[in-house]
Design a protein around this ligand. Sequence first.
Ligand code: UDX
Length: 438
Amino acid sequence: MFVRRIAVIGTGYVGLTTGACLASLGHDVVCADVDADKLERLRRGEVDILEPGLADLVAEGIAAGRLSFVLGASAAIRALAEGPEVMFLCVPTPMGVGGVADLSIVESVIEEVRDLLPADCVVVNKSTVPVGTAERTQELLVRSDVAVVSNPEFLREGSAVYDFLNPDRIVVGASQQDAAERVAALYAKLGAPTVLTDAPSAELVKYAANCFLAMKLSYVNAVAELCDRLGANISDVTEGMGYDKRIGQAFLQPGPGWGGSCLPKDTSAMLQLADAADFEFRLIRATIDTNTRQRQRMVEKVRLAVTGKRNGSLSHRRLALFGLTFKAGTDDLRDSPALAVAALLRQAGADLVGYDPALRPDSGHPALSSITVTDDPYHAVKDAEAVVVLTEWPEFRALDWARLAEAVRKPIVVDTRNLLDPAVARRAGFEWIGVGMP
Ligand code: UDX
């Protein structure tokens, strides 16, 4: 394998995972960011995101002299003798006005490095970007000797390192085949199926995959609603569906709706993309609308459980929320369905106490301003009229539910993730209410 000199711009989830994993594959990697304090912590091997295995890889990379951290994109170019052979762009592309991805950071990085990149360098877009961005980046570069390649990432938060080192596939798109092959070769050790294509197709793979996943979940949540109405069991229904190899068992778990840093952003961007191409992508619109409805439906479940009426008032009813992050295994609150449900409960007048294994009471996170966060689940349920499980943390299963039943005012648990064993909850004295479960 060739050892390549690589610059990675951006040390968020994607950038840091990419940098640390490429270093672990033997490449020489310099990572750049604009946050000097964060870089200082990274140089000491401190990683401030919850990502299993990442801190170890960072420490190993630093110790082996294959991974370093510098301030600013241009410093990353200069830090590598003869400059980088490959430069990864892993900067944020937030949802801008009207759901369109905001590319201003990508643009400013290109501006900064344009004249510094060595001839034959390959610029790789790893950030999720609209179709056509590779072409646009090429135009902004004004360098015919530097190729732009699209190489979308498929990392899940909470298992990003595993996903990087055990990919289902590598997708690389470029107008110049040799540039695409050079990028694909960086991953040669991983032995994954590789799709070499043009840049627009590679860019579309990411959106098409994430929208498909969101659609799968909205579909399951809608079938779960039907189960609720018909007295069927969603868990058995999805198991029966999932044995069909064309469907598969993964990503069929109903919940309070999907969220996180990718699926909401990418479904909105796909709608915009289609709109700009004069195509009304109704399936994606329905996928998003079903997700919005799912959150409201969880509130309706809580309302009925607590008040006994479909239109009962939740005003000043105290509720204990278990799980606030957008899924288990992460401390990320971005577009968390748990917080969306919490906001609706708050709007309905409920008083909210939250417990999440990944959050400290003093985190001061603005998204938590209307929730009293505690680090003690038994304290959280005190005087509550129901426990609402919103994130699928396995830790919740291991709690002493009999002790929780004693502390709570009304022993009701609305389990929006179907996480708990209903028999265990019931034995402990709780009325257990799931999603799509009789
Ligand atoms: C996703 C994609 O999976 C990943 O390939 C892409 O690169 C980034 O976006 P991530 O946002 O980390 O990853 O979360 P993911 O594990 O996909 O979960 C997304 C949402 O769906 C979460 O809110 C999760 O709780 C929910 N979900 C997931 C379910 O409700 N049920 C499931 O069966 C799976």
